[in-house]
Ligand binder design. Structure first.
Ligand SMILES: [Zn+2]
Length: 383
């Protein structure tokens, strides 16, 4: 029996997703739970714990009303207990704002993915896991491939959402370097060694291509010593050459923690670049496709026209949401779309982010003065 659920430690790969997708229990329910564990939303760690507890209590109430066998009911209730324990222990984890969990203890499957995006509380009890809200969140960030290479070694990593995971280690033994007195012998030895390097780089390039086929990363970082890197790059397949976003001067033996730190910086640099490019795209778009400032953005959200949202982080602006149609407003009073009554929100921009994610559109946080002229929020619309 399942004793505990732990946060998934590595990079969430397509392979892991396919594994979840493939699970099917005929006539039995498996649990998919999405929790909003955003400290920004709930105030602090204690607030996150209380919110998770309340959401799981609701789920338990629902489980008690289901027409299922007692055994299945007990199993599901126990799974929610394990989930609550995990939510309690992991609350406030750095960068975690959403928690997506998938549990089928009868099949010994339990995955819990920490996500840097705000999610809405949601649960599903079906014969298969419900993955679309997870995919919506994952779609916000790009997967990276990282290749660290040396003359006889290489390490391949995947990088995603600030995490790195080593996926292969390659080692080709180089002929040992010994002093050969005879000049001709030395020459032959050198040639052999050069051939060997080429062979090794070819092999590493091939493995990188295989990795890209299995886990199609969108960006590639290559790393190695300065004298090695250009030679290796020459061997890379041209698809992969086009994906290179950074070249690191780094040893293959760099500890994973350091690789992770460096990757985190690289990833956030790229996110900033994408935001700046998006801002430019927005400014070049026809006026009908631009939404500037909260009122225009909220209207476009209500019309479900948002394609990319740019938002200043940590604004904490108060606002309102219509309890009938979900329209966001800055000011109170009846809803301008349907006349419905409003509920107060302590952070209306974050609610806009949540709604954008739920509409399968993209969000980029951008802390840049250019965005101030739109009061910190703007969007490029689909049409
Ligand atoms: Zn309304």
């Amino acid at each position: 029996m399942l004793q505990r659920i732990e946060l998934y430690p590595g990079v969430l790969t397509q392979r892991a997703l396919r594994q979840l997708e493939a699970l099917h229990r005929s006539q039995e329910r498996v649990l998919s739970v999405y929790l909003d564990v955003d400290p920004q939303r709930w105030g602090d760690i204690e607030g996150v714990r209380i919110a998770a507890k309340n959401a799981l209590n609701q789920l338990r109430e629902h489980i008690r009303t289901l027409a299922i066998s007692n055994g299945e009911r007990q199993r599901l209730l126990r799974e929610t207990e394990l989930l609550q324990e995990l939510a309690y222990l992991s609350a406030g984890r750095r960068g975690m704002r959403g928690l997506a969990s998938f549990i089928a203890s009868q099949a010994e499957v339990a995955f819990a993915f920490p996500l840097p995006w705000p999610l809405r509380h949601q649960y599903f009890l079906e014969e298969r896991f419900v993955l679309w809200p997870l995919r919506q969140a994952l779609d916000q960030s790009d997967l990276f491939g990282i290749v660290l290479v040396d003359k006889d070694e290489a390490k391949l990593f995947l990088g995603y959402l600030g995490e790195v995971e080593e996926v292969s280690y390659l080692f080709d033994e180089v002929p040992p370097k010994i002093r050969i007195p005879d000049a001709f012998g030395e020459l032959q030895f050198r040639r052999k060694q050069v051939e060997h390097f080429h062979h090794h780089f070819d092999w590493v390039a091939y493995c990188a291509l295989r990795l890209w086929e299995q886990e199609p990363f969108r960006h590639l970082i290559i790393g190695g010593l300065r004298e090695v890197l250009p030679q290796f790059e020459w061997h890379l397949h041209r698809y992969l050459k086009d994906l290179i976003v950074a070249r690191w001067e780094i040893s293959v033996h760099t500890p994973q923690m350091e690789v992770r730190e460096r990757f985190e910086q690289e990833e956030s640099r790229l996110l900033q670049q994408q935001a700046a490019r998006l801002w430019q795209q927005l400014n070049e778009a026809p006026p009908a496709q631009q939404a500037r400032g909260p009122e225009q953005v909220f209207r476009a959200l209500w019309q479900r026209r948002i394609w990319h949202l740019l938002v200043k982080p940590k604004t904490h602006y108060h606002g309102h949401i219509c309890s009938q149609c979900g329209r966001l407003h800055l000011s109170g009073g009846p809803c301008i779309e349907c006349g419905g009554t409003m509920t107060h929100l302590s952070d209306v921009y974050e609610e806009a982010v949540r709604e954008t994610l739920a509409q399968s559109a993209h969000v980029r946080y951008w802390d840049h003065p250019a965005l101030d002229e739109c009061d910190g929020i703007a969007a490029l619309l689909r049409y």
